[in-house]
Design a protein around this ligand. Structure first.
Ligand code: NAD
Ligand code: TDX
Length: 338
């Protein structure tokens, strides 16, 4: 199978490439990636001789078209993915998440190629902490941020191209991923690398917001399950029953690294901060037979902490810049709040 992986140099896409080489050695992989700040070229260096890497933009039809024409399936991981960045400047989110997805859709339509579109549970908005409900495939879209609204828009484009033009596509909406090769702007790697570099972890607001954590390999195995067994035109939710509040995550990281559990700071909250996400993945489990392998978040987190501890060469070059940018954002939020 010839697989075009867009966004294959980012966190989840690169893990998808590495795992595919392991479990489907016959697959022929091409990566199309713009190599924004979020990509780390060194992630794919060890497999450079087994993957064809193209530097380019999913919103550039001239680049996209020949690559799509030469593929059996396109798996779209390419996106602007960080909520905090989308609050500072939404423009690249509109461009990549909406115009980029549109460009891919027009190309798979022209060439009759199958698409799997990777999306997020954030399209459903948030839940109260005490709400017994979880998101299902039937939950109404209600996104909160520029990031999640552009992801929601991209999903709706895919659905419309399926219905109006007969494009063969599936969509998955997954919960929060953790694991190796995640950019240090994101919550878990930020706090691990903060502790490793002598900075106190930073918790937004009251720290009680809940995320539903899933290991990135479980997400990517689910994506393969949907590519192979999913019904064209359908949406599948991916989650591993991993609800944990942010404060508990930070306390676990501190404890694992031998620091007092209270050695963190509360900082000004993210504007519009979603309270809780929770996925009901019954459909994926019962209809397609997928189940997660990493069912113990504590041990998955411990392995992730070990990975960051032993791979400072991967993250250290960008750590100071990320923290400088967060400090600037916090100053602005503090000024606006006072
Ligand atoms: P990431 O930011 O780590 O990686 C995104 C990749 O896309 C980067 O390599 C970047 O260079 C590339 N890219 C950005 N704009 C591009 C463009 N215009 N053309 C080509 N490449 C471009 O993101 P991630 O965390 O790996 O997320 C991948 C996908 O999974 C996204 O669609 C995201 O919405 C979705 N998702 C992420 C999570 C999560 O917890 N991280 C959860 C659910 C869904
Ligand atoms: O320093 C921090 N302190 C903090 O308390 C950071 C960076 C985050 N947080 C909180 C905000 C969230 O409640 O931690 C939680 C997780 O934050 P992020 O890592 O920014 O993730 P989130 O906003 O939940 O979105 C993630 O999951 C869904 C991904 O970034 C998205 O791409 C994906 O769609």
């Amino acid at each position: 199978m010839r697989v075009l992986v867009t966004g294959g140099a980012g966190f989840i896409g690169a893990n998808f490439v590495l795992r595919t080489l392991e479990i489907r050695p016959d697959a022929s992989i091409t990566v199309l990636d713009k190599f924004t700040y979020a990509a780390n070229p060194s992630t794919l260096t060890p497999v450079a001789d087994r993957v064809h890497v193209v530097r380019g933009d999913i919103a550039d039809a001239a680049v996209v078209d020949p690559l799509v024409a030469a593929a059996d399936v396109v798996v779209n991981f390419a996106a602007e993915s960080h909520n905090d960045n989308s609050l500072a400047d939404p423009s690249s989110f509109v461009q990549t998440n909406l115009v980029g997805t549109y460009t891919l859709l027009e190309s798979v339509r022209r060439h009759g190629v199958r698409l799997h579109h990777v999306s997020t549970d954030e399209v459903y908005g948030d839940l109260d902490l005490d709400d017994p409900a979880r998101f299902t495939e039937e939950t109404a879209y209600n996104p909160s941020s520029p990031y999640s609204s552009t992801k929601a828009g991209s999903d709706l484009l895919v659905r419309a191209w399926v219905r109006s033009f007969g494009v063969v596509a599936t969509i998955s909406n997954c919960s929060n991923n953790y694991g190796p090769y995640q950019h240090v702007e994101k919550f878990i790697p930020r706090q691990i690398t903060n502790v490793l570099t002598g900075i106190r972890p930073k918790l937004y607001g009251d720290g009680r917001n809940v995320r539903d954590w899933i290991h990135v390999d479980d997400h990517n195995d689910a994506v393969w399950t949907i590519i192979e067994r999913g019904q064209p035109g359908e949406t599948y939710l991916i989650g591993a029953d991993g609800e944990v509040d942010n404060r508990t995550v930070v306390e676990s990281i501190l404890e694992s690294l031998g620091r007092p559990r209270n050695a963190f700071d509360f900082v000004t909250d993210r504007p519009g901060h979603d309270r809780r996400y929770a996925i009901d993945s019954t459909r994926l489990r019962t209809e397609l037979g997928w189940s997660p392998r990493f069912t113990d978040f504590a041990s998955g987190l411990a392995a992730t902490i070990d990975w960051y501890r032993s791979h400072s060469d991967w993250w250290a070059p960008v750590k100071d810049g990320v923290e400088a940018s967060y400090a600037q954002t916090q100053n602005i939020l503090d000024r606006e709040g006072s």
